[in-house]
Design a protein around this ligand. Structure first.
Ligand SMILES: Nc1ncnc2c1ncn2[C@@H]1O[C@H](COP(=O)(O)OP(=O)(O)OP(=O)(O)O)[C@@H](O)[C@H]1O
Length: 318
């Protein structure tokens, strides 16, 4: 296979046959070939236990692969991890915070522990990072008084104390309420808007669809598919939805026409359409006297793609 991890920077993360078998014998990552294009917001998607965290830990040099190779920003890891890490902001397994310190003091302390951080610019960089994540007003509050969303944002701020080419975020919205999730998503988009590549893992399909330009889908340690989000769902047919005051008749006719997995909710009948021409389905309904008020295909989702590719439901409980 061609080595895409070229020095031109077009591929920010590239792995080849990357494999991790834990000592207990668990094959957590199995022959992974991942290609993360520069400038993408790349969603690393899979149910719990599918190998996402293990992959991220290998990419960040925290654990050794059993076999295979990985390059981050063009350098081999874990061998060149010291060269790579200063250009990578990582938020893995939640931020480690001192509750008795303010948000600002946490960042000052974090930065002071970084041997390549310039102490002369520390205060200004901390202020800028707080500003970027919207924590300026709360900067003087003790971290233990922060909401979970604020703690996540503070963690992101710690990843932003230096200019970064790559941000690696492991389940950045885990445990957040919908409002907190929206804030983190908006922040991720903003961070990516200046060209920073963002690699984020999630077990939430709709989150990946909302924020990511590209995605890789994992199941049981193996890569199922990867590419631009739009192309992962193209080629799939979404569900058919018919709106009608005659749902019982509509369901019967659709079934006769080969529509499967039919569900009726109120005045809506949905189902998986057959390969045939959709217009014929509509004509069959109308000629049977069904009053059709709405007829259309839903946009297929990443979940549909997952189910189509794995033959399994997307079980987040793993
Ligand atoms: N240190 C370890 N020792 C042995 N097995 C492990 C270890 N860490 C993870 N595993 C196993 O490896 C598999 C992949 O786990 P991993 O944490 O990478 O998945 P994940 O997709 O990140 O899931 P989650 O979102 O739950 O963290 C799981 O079966 C897990 O039980």
């Amino acid at each position: 296979m061609a080595d895409l991890s070229t020095a031109d920077g077009s591929t920010v993360i590239a792995t080849r046959a990357l494999t991790k078998r834990y000592r207990g014998g668990q094959l957590a990552v199995d022959g992974l070939d991942l290609d993360v294009p520069a400038g993408s917001i790349f969603g690393f998607l899979g149910p719990n236990g599918s190998g996402k965290t293990t992959t991220i830990r290998m990419l960040m040099g925290l654990i050794q692969p059993t076999s295979g190779t990985a390059r981050v920003l063009g350098h081999p890891v874990p061998r060149a991890v010291r060269t790579v890490l200063p250009e990578v902001g990582a938020l893995i397994e939640g931020p480690a915070l001192y509750g008795f310190l303010s948000g600002r003091d946490n960042l000052l302390r974090y930065d002071a522990a970084d041997p390549v951080a310039d102490p002369r610019t520390r205060r200004a960089r901390v202020a800028a990072a707080l500003d970027r994540v919207g924590l300026t007003a709360a900067a003087g509050k003790r971290a233990k008084a922060y909401s979970l969303g604020m703690k996540q944002r503070l963690g992101l701020a710690s990843a932003l104390l230096q200019p970064r080419r790559l941000l690696v975020l492991d389940e950045p919205t885990n445990g957040l309420d919908p409002q907190g999730m929206r804030e983190i998503r908006a922040l991720v988009r903003e961070l990516a808007s200046d060209g920073t590549t963002v690699f984020l893992s999630s077990h939430l399909l709709d989150e990946i669809e909302q924020v990511c330009t590209h995605a890789a889908v994992m199941a049981r340690g193996r890569l199922i598919t990867q590419g631009p989000v739009a192309s992962l769902v193209s080629g799939l047919r979404g569900r058919l939805t018919v709106t009608t005051p005659d749902p019982g008749d509509a369901a019967r006719i659709l079934k006769e026409q080969g529509v499967t997995d039919i569900m009726v909710t109120g005045d809506q009948v949905t189902g998986d359409p057959p390969e045939s021409e959709l217009a014929e389905l509509n004509a069959a309904l109308v000629s049977a006297g069904v009053r059709v008020r709405g007829f259309g295909l839903e946009q297929p989702s990443l979940e549909d793609a997952y189910v189509a590719l794995t033959g399994e439901g997307f079980d987040v409980a793993g």
